[in-house]
Design a protein around this ligand. Structure first.
Ligand code: ADP
Ligand code: MG
Ligand code: ZN
Length: 504
């Protein structure tokens, strides 16, 4: 299939049009059991071993609401500054698809549990952009189809399909933004920043691990353009199931360029769903979008309404943890760093390791230095994130402690870290095994200094004559002789002492 899509250069598109975006994010909750039955949600089990009459939609089976699912939904709603419904119902969204054995999805329609909120998100330059939230509602996931026999693994060309209902009925929260206007050329960046902030929020609430690469969080990107100076929204396209932060940004950018090309040539945008392709960064047409009435929504008769008492809602509110943006703002002030520094820490995935290292006793500056330097480099080289490295925050804290005590200098500390990463043991074990201690034995140092002076009479003469800067060469000689294990500042003092010059 080679359909080429006309695109307008990004800057040209923005010169003529304003983008309007809507983001729909699905989050799989980390509850132990499914939303409406007692089946386990554990991942990686054999196909169809976590099913029962309820999640298979067998006749006569009755659903029961998972209280933890409702509590998680309320937590998310409160953290998004939403109102929490005093009374709401589930609804049946009717459609046929083989991965959904009930022939309807239990969802919420006109009575979401949470509505009318907002989330402040931070852009790369530290500026804040407020995204208005329309609603957050509860629903359930579908099963998983595997298409077999074709070359591409897609349904086209497959000889048959396998169905696994283990995922069917796992609780989902769908979070829908109001139309995002006024972001201009930064719209794709806002989309990415929003999904990232939402992911951090979900993780901080402890309601899901929100791992996008595992499908625990996925985003639909709605996008339309309108000519500058006009009010009316254009027709939107909806790019489904985008599953990485980078892809969210690229999908929005691509759609802006594609819409502009269609509109510039006098064409009209069809309202449709589209698929994003990681390899090319492009989208292709999916299906023409159903209207809500096609789903024949009606209130779910088998479930009682959800009516969370105000006392319970306030109890949940009081128990919310410090939220990510507030926490980052606090840490930024405590550490005395800039918004850009913080952004770099986030991009490196180093925030949690740094915080944990400080909690383990390191000072903030040292914790940042190691995680953003040596360890970020290691993570990068091995293609992992810093928190997956074979060194714990406590071990990094121990290294900073050894440096602070003067037992290690930076160069030795790097070797210790290298040893820990290579599986040679704890920092103390690596120090012992590799013999990496700063030589602080004055006798040994004095001998090394005397040898350096004797071996470099020319340099020594210059220093005696007052050229203190020349001492660097002798310090270098001593460091070499001690294999980098001397305290360089102390070595310099000893050299000046021996040659009878005072510093400064
Ligand atoms: P559906 O469930 O059919 O996808 P929704 O009404 O839930 O439709 O809207 C999807 C998202 O798209 C929402 O975030 C909404 O704010 C946004 N949206 C609606 N109309 C437009 C438009 N013309 N352009 C861009 N985004 C839009
Ligand atoms: Mg949608
Ligand atoms: Zn079940």
């Amino acid at each position: 299939m080679t359909t080429t899509t006309d695109l307008v250069p990004y800057e040209d598109a923005l010169a003529s049009y304003d983008p309007v975006m809507g983001l729909e994010v699905h989050v799989e909750l980390g509850t132990r059991t499914k939303m409406f039955c007692g089946c386990s949600t554990e991942l990686g089990q054999d196909a169809n071993t976590q099913t029962c009459p309820t999640c298979l939609g067998l006749p006569g089976a009755l659903p029961v609401v998972n209280a933890t699912g409702v509590e998680s939904a309320i937590k998310i709603g409160l953290a998004l500054n939403c109102e929490i419904a005093e009374w709401c119902r589930f609804a049946r969204k009717n459609y046929f698809y083989p991965d959904m054995p009930k022939n309807f999805q239990t969802s919420q329609y006109d009575e979401p549990i949470a509505f009318d909120g907002y989330l402040d998100v931070q852009l790369e330059d530290g500026e804040t952009f407020r995204v208005q939230i329309e609603r957050a509602h509860m629903e359930e996931d579908t099963g998983k189809s595997t298409h077999v026999g074709g070359a591409t693994g897609r349904i086209h060309g497959a000889s048959h399909s396998l169905l696994d209902y283990n995922r069917a009925g796992i609780p989902l929260i769908e979070i829908v933004t109001k139309p995002i206007e006024g972001a201009g050329e930064r719209a794709p960046e806002v989309a990415r920043a929003y999904v990232r902030e939402l992911r951090e929020l979900i993780r901080a609430l402890g309601v899901s691990e929100a791992r996008m690469e595992m499908g625990q969080m996925r985003c639909d990107v709605n996008l339309s353009l309108r000519p500058h100076g006009t009010e009316k929204f254009g027709t939107r396209s909806e790019t489904k199931n985008v599953n990485s932060l980078r892809s969210v940004e690229r999908a929005a950018r691509f759609e802006i360029q594609r819409h502009a090309a269609v509109l510039d040539s006098g064409g009209t945008i069809v309202q449709e769903t589209r698929h994003f392709h990681e390899d090319t960064g492009s989208t292709t047409s999916g299906r023409v979008k159903e209207e809500a009435e096609d789903y024949r929504y009606f209130p779910e008769p088998d479930l009682v309404p959800v009516a969370p008492s105000r006392a319970w809602v306030e109890e949940i509110r009081a128990g919310l943890p410090e939220l990510p943006l507030a926490r980052r703002t606090r840490l930024l002030a405590e550490w005395g760093i800039t918004a850009l520094d913080m952004q770099a820490i986030l991009n490196a995935g180093a925030l949690e390791p740094i915080v944990a290292t400080i909690e383990a006793g390191a000072d903030a500056a040292s914790a940042r230095k190691w995680w953003m330097g040596e360890l970020a480099r290691s993570a990068n080289e091995s293609g992992t994130s810093p928190d997956e490295l074979a060194i714990t925050p406590a071990e990094v804290a121990r290294v900073t402690e050894l440096v602070a005590k003067g037992d290690l200098n930076d160069k030795l500390a790097r070797q210790v870290i290298e040893g820990v990463l290579a599986g040679e043991g704890t920092p103390d074990e690596v120090v012992d095994r590799r013999g990496l201690k700063v030589v602080s034995d004055e006798g040994a140092l004095t001998t090394a200094v005397e040898e350096a002076i004797a071996g470099n009479p020319g340099v020594a003469g210059k220093i005696r004559g007052g050229k203190v800067a020349a001492a660097g060469a002798l310090v270098g000689a001593v460091m070499k002789a001690t294999r980098g294990q001397a305290d360089a500042a102390r070595v310099k003092e000893l050299i000046l002492e021996k040659l009878g010059v005072g510093e400064g």
